[in-house]
Design a protein. Structure first.
Length: 44
């Protein structure tokens, strides 16, 4: 769910709020970036 929300919003704070986390560090554990997303973002 975390990655789906992140892909839709592009905002980790939206993901944090959607998951109900108090800490952004907790959210980052669940919203890992995949290599394909990085390549698309930088145009590689």
């Amino acid at each position: 769910m975390a990655m789906r929300v992140y892909r839709a919003s592009g905002d980790i704070e939206v993901v944090r709020a959607a998951l109900g986390h108090a800490s952004i560090q907790t959210t980052v554990r669940y919203a890992r970036c995949d290599e394909g997303a990085v390549r698309r973002a930088v145009g590689a």
